[in-house]
Design a protein around this ligand. Structure first.
Ligand code: NAD
Ligand code: UGA
Length: 343
């Protein structure tokens, strides 16, 4: 198959490209505004095209025409941006993504759309998140954090409606907190806002700065290793049953609170380095950390029965997910390949 991966230079994109090069089964074109995370990732079946999809749809439209499957990864995916720049999030994550779906329809191409676990919103009524039966419960409009989840939800609904009308073949995936090599970016000690939680805790461990527990750190998440998400992608790409369906990609066995995650990452860091983390663990309110308009949700573990029915299972447990991701950051930091960003 020919695959066009839009947002190829990001965390998920760069890992997916690496996986597809290793598999060697498809011809892959990657599009992004940056290829920084693709440094050292190369293969005869991969080509990178630098393009900003918001400036001109022409090059992307042409590339869509030449491919079989479009993988759409373009989005702002850091909660601090949903609070500080909600309009940018709506423009990119919704309107620009709709244009990609329209290009797929125009040229009769299959769309592989990355949505999010956040579409489920608040805690589920039946204790798990099921793709085809759980309600999607958003917070109030005055909490603009929800623009991300609402935008992704409406994008899903548009794609689904076009699927019903016979306009498009699609697969929608809802990732549950993927982590692994090339995740986000590390920040200077004491930074608030900015990247997602792993990057914050990792930065604190490396700099000795504080770890912030937002709203007491009681919120729970489940984490998925990026390599498990890659095998889920390959499973879905080749399964005819996945056409015009929505799938959770997650690992329900990794359920953990943010307070417990801070402790686990500290323990792993100390084991791997022999150093002691001497920073403070500080409780902070969501509004102080992200700004006014932030609201959190206590996520429950996903049902992955639909993906399991296709033969997929996550292979990595909670500890190995974080051991691998922390080790990757330690190696790069030691090699001088990571600089700490000021947000
Ligand atoms: P990321 O920010 O690392 O990757 C997004 C990529 O899109 C970036 O490389 C960015 O440069 C690119 N991009 C942004 N604007 C662009 C433009 N105008 N033109 C071309 N490229 C542009 O994010 P990620 O974590 O890799 O997430 C990828 C997708 O998966 C997103 O849609 C996100 O919402 C979704 N998702 C990710 C996670 C996760 O755990 N990482 C969880 C749920 C959903
Ligand atoms: C993320 C992002 O919205 C998306 O990337 C993605 O679509 C989705 O979840 C997903 O991965 O499924 P969230 O899990 O809230 O949202 O993002 P994180 O920044 O990783 O925060 C996780 C939790 O840690 C939140 O409760 C947050 O308040 C907390 N946190 C964050 C801290 O306690 N300390 C920090 O330093 C940073």
């Amino acid at each position: 198959m020919k695959l066009l991966v839009i947002g190829a230079g990001g965390f998920i994109g760069s890992n997916l490209i690496e996986h597809l090069i290793e598999e060697g089964e498809h011809e892959v074109v990657g599009v992004d505004v940056t290829d920084e995370k693709l440094d050292g990732i190369a293969g005869p079946n991969f080509r990178f095209v630098e393009a900003d999809i918001t400036i001109s749809t022409d090059p992307v439209d042409g590339l869509v025409q030449q491919t079989d499957v479009v993988v759409d990864l373009v989005a702002y995916a850091n909660p601090s941006l949903y609070v500080s720049n909600p309009l940018d999030v709506i423009r990119l994550n919704f309107f620009e993504n709709v244009k990609i779906a329209e290009a797929c329809m125009r040229h009769g191409k299959r769309l592989f759309q990355y949505s999010t676990s956040e579409v489920y919103g608040k805690r589920s009524e039946n204790g798990t998140y099921e793709e085809d039966s759980s309600s999607l419960v958003m917070g109030p409009v005055s909490k603009q954090r929800w623009v991300y989840a609402s935008g992704k939800q409406f994008l899903e609904r548009i794609i689904h409606a076009h699927g019903l009308a016979g306009d498009i073949e699609y697969t929608i995936v809802r990732p549950f907190n993927f982590v692994g090599p090339r995740f986000d970016y590390l920040v200077e000690a004491g930074t608030i806002g900015g990247p997602r939680v792993f990057a914050h805790f990792m930065s604190a461990l490396l700099t000795g700065g504080p770890m912030f527990l937002v709203d007491g750190g009681e919120q729970r998440r489940t984490f998925t290793h990026i390599k498990d998400s890659n095998t889920a992608f390959s499973t879905l790409l080749t399964a005819p049953e996945a056409i015009n369906h929505v799938y959770n990609i997650g690992n329900p066995s990794t359920d953990i609170s943010m307070r417990e995650l801070a402790a686990l990452m500290t323990e792993i860091y100390e084991e791997l380095t022999g150093d002691t983390y001497a920073g403070d663990v500080i409780e902070i309110s969501g509004e102080e950390f992200y700004g006014e308009g932030y609201e959190d949700m206590n996520r429950v573990p996903p049902s992955i029965a639909k993906l399991q029915a296709l033969g997929w299972n996550p292979a990595r447990d909670l500890r190995s997910i974080f051991e691998d991701t922390i080790q990757h950051n330690l190696d790069r930091f030691e090699a001088g390949l990571i600089s700490l960003k000021r947000v």
